[in-house]
Write a protein that binds this ligand. Structure first.
Ligand code: 5BU
Length: 263
């Protein structure tokens, strides 16, 4: 059964997931912008420009060539101004203790500002424990990598099933998955899908792209993650409005077709 975001906000035990479900409904957007820009000024301008259109801003903070604490201060200010959450796509992948240090320490201090982070489950449950025990923001949500968009990736069905098991075991911390389709039937679990483009089918480094309707309607994912199709466009705001509209229409179609099929 496919419930609305508002219905699902009542079923999660995690405050960040609840916030995200509600702000998606309020802003009517399930668009996550992937801001893979390497200059602070470009990142901040992009975030300010498209902020009203998105529910999440996804960063790779370690690709900035001119990182400073000021960037984080400005990003968090923008997130409040435009009402979006911050997702640092760090893809932790080490033993619990190291992942914890990478999350909490160093120059980026991710734990102090990111609402959402993600991790590979390859090391086992210790990585989740390490991230959970870290000091930093009290409200935080973890996404597990259950599937990837790149051609030839090594994730198997069994691996995906393990990710779902782990999400259930840590239901107060794990808010969902990075995946190519809905993989969990638990309505509290969010599904976020990268590899989205209305034009390109692939890039030269094995990224593969699918359309919004395929992802949100047919594959029943919740949130589209869009990078180059937005920030490389000559008019990112116009582009973001279009992706947002299409993403929301596919979600609305899914909810209403579900309603009709069950009524
Ligand atoms: P693109 O420019 O829309 O291709 O960027 C996609 C973003 O999503 C980029 O930041 C990747 O690191 C991220 N990503 C992905 O593309 N595929 C995956 O399976 C995962 C993350 Br997990």
């Amino acid at each position: 059964m496919s419930l609305s975001f508002v219905d699902r906000s009542k079923l999660t035990k995690n405050p960040i997931a609840k916030k995200l479900f509600l702000l998606m409904e309020q802003k009517k957007t399930n668009l996550c912008a992937s801001a893979d820009l390497t200059k602070a000024q470009d990142l901040l301008e992009f975030a300010n420009n498209i902020g009203p259109e998105i529910c999440l801003l996804k960063t790779h903070i370690d690709i900035l060539e001119d990182f400073s604490d000021e960037v984080i201060h400005k990003l968090t200010t923008l997130s409040r101004k435009h009402q979006f959450l911050l997702f640092e796509d760090r893809k932790f992948a080490d033993i619990g203790n190291t992942a914890r240090l990478q999350y909490e320490k160093g120059i980026f201090k991710i734990a102090s500002w990111a609402d959402i982070i993600n991790a590979h489950i390859l090391p086992g449950k210790g990585i989740i424990e390490g991230l959970l025990q870290s000091n930093g923001k009290k409200e935080k949500g973890l996404l597990l990598l259950a599937q990837m968009s790149s051609q030839g990736n090594l994730i198997t069905e069994n691996y995906t099933a393990k990710a779902i098991e782990m999400a259930h075991a840590y239901e107060e911390f794990v808010i969902g998955f990075i995946s190519q389709e809905k993989v969990s039937d638990h309505p509290a679990h969010l599904h976020l899908t990268p590899g989205v483009s209305l034009q390109a089918k692939s890039d030269s480094l094995s990224q593969s792209y699918r359309t919004i309707d395929d992802i949100i309607f047919s594959s029943q994912s919740d949130i589209i993650i869009v990078g180059r199709s937005l920030y490389m466009d000559k008019d990112p705001l116009k582009r973001a409005k279009m992706y947002r509209k299409k993403g929301w229409e596919s979600y609305a179609k899914r909810i209403s077709s579900n309603f009709h099929s069950h009524s």
